[in-house]
Design a protein around this ligand. Sequence first.
Ligand code: SAM
Length: 168
Amino acid sequence: MRVPPRLAAAVELVDPAPDARVLEVGCGRGVAAALLVDRLPRGRYTGLDRSATATAAARRAGAPEVLTTSLAEFRPEPGAFDLALAINVNVFWTGPARAELAVLATALGPGGVLHLVYGSDGGAAPRLDVVDRLRDHLVAGGFVPEIGVPTRRGVRLLHVRAAGAQER
Ligand SMILES: C[S@@+](CC[C@H](N)C(=O)[O-])C[C@H]1O[C@@H](n2cnc3c(N)ncnc32)[C@H](O)[C@@H]1O
């Protein structure tokens, strides 16, 4: 499977612990899933996407656990995940994403961290005009975001790392 550089860069940036329980939101065709699973010898990967076409492709690509659901309708066990990751999922800046962030706050246990990563493969810089909206939405959702624009594997990424407010 061809791996777009932005996905390899995003997974390298997020760098989950080998025993992490990882939730990928908007897993698409499961390309990042394969990279994540390789990094989780003692952990667990769950992907979700609202597109049944995408989740069918992710299952065919070998992703171990994939759910067809919108994030807002997902009902995880509280604290079921240590790390949540979304790559190029726009719902967090197109609107307040209250329901989506509430689900993630439930899904992440104590010490859990949410990563939102945005970037493209064509060498274009990520959109920075969405940073203020991302920050405002995450703070309103009870998260404490740290926002940076790192470069990995030659790809410039917009990276939001957000802990739950109670973790600080
Ligand atoms: C731009 S694609 C990115 C796919 C993959 N993460 C990547 O970077 O190649 C966004 C994906 O997120 C999914 N998605 C967007 N909003 C979602 C939501 N609220 N709940 C679940 N999936 C969502 C879409 O169906 C789509 O597969």
